[in-house]
Design a protein around this ligand. Structure first.
Ligand SMILES: [Fe+2]
Length: 223
């Protein structure tokens, strides 16, 4: 399935590009990959997300620290670019977990506007979660950590440089446009307050090897 090609207009795009590199970052259980062909699909993907953000019925927004505005269920967007990046997320899961199947329990977009942030949380009903950076937004020249995605989990040695089991330092894997990260869903993570005029946009998937009974739990938590 990883050899699949998806047609964007007249252009065929490989779901998993040849020579796509997967690297571990900070901890053996966290991996990242970076897609170089983002100009082929980001403009239309961003336009679709911003269009959906205007739909009061589709958007979900609770409070400042609830990870911005969310739009769930990428598979219902009727958007080929969203389909492509979802196929990539599933292919990433299969490669990292060395398995045949990757079933998405829940997927969503996060749109951060000025002042939005994401409180520390884990993801439920999920083996591994994938986060993809569509748009980093504006750089904050006064704070390089503005809007940064980071882990704050006592199970990660990179978060506990001073004493085992004591989180004294968030681990920021570093995300730029086109970066995709996969991590165990239980790992506690957060997003620092974003300050900027342009939106900061990410996509997320909770993925399992097999389908789970029941419905996905949509919580306030989660980039
Ligand atoms: Fe999250």
């Amino acid at each position: 399935m990883d050899n699949d090609v998806i047609q964007l207009g007249l252009k065929p795009i490989e779901v998993w590009p040849k020579d796509q590199i997967i690297e571990t970052c900070g901890n053996p259980t966290i991996c990242s990959t970076h897609f170089l062909d983002v100009q082929e699909y980001h403009p239309r993907l961003i336009a679709k997300i911003l269009e959906l953000e205007e739909h009061q019925r589709l958007r979900k927004r609770s409070f400042r620290g609830a990870c911005g505005t969310k739009i769930h269920h990428l598979d219902t967007w009727l958007n080929t670019e969203a389909e492509l990046i979802s196929l990539r997320a599933r292919a990433f899961f299969r490669r990292v977990l060395e398995c045949e199947d990757a079933v998405v329990d829940l997927s969503w977009a996060n749109i951060y506007r000025n002042g939005d942030f994401c409180m520390p949380h884990s993801h439920v009903r999920s083996t591994a979660s994938v986060v993809y950076c569509v748009e980093t937004g504006d750089e904050d020249v006064e704070d390089s950590l503005s809007g940064q995605f980071g882990f704050v989990d006592p199970r990660l040695s990179s978060c506990c440089p001073d004493q085992e089991g004591c989180v004294t330092k968030p681990f920021y894997p570093g995300m730029k446009m086109g970066t995709m990260i996969i991590f165990p869903s239980q790992l506690v993570h957060t997003v620092n307050a974003y300050l900027g005029k342009r939106p900061r946009i990410t996509l997320s998937w909770n993925i399992n090897k097999n389908p789970l009974p029941g419905s996905p739990l949509i919580t306030n938590a989660g980039e």
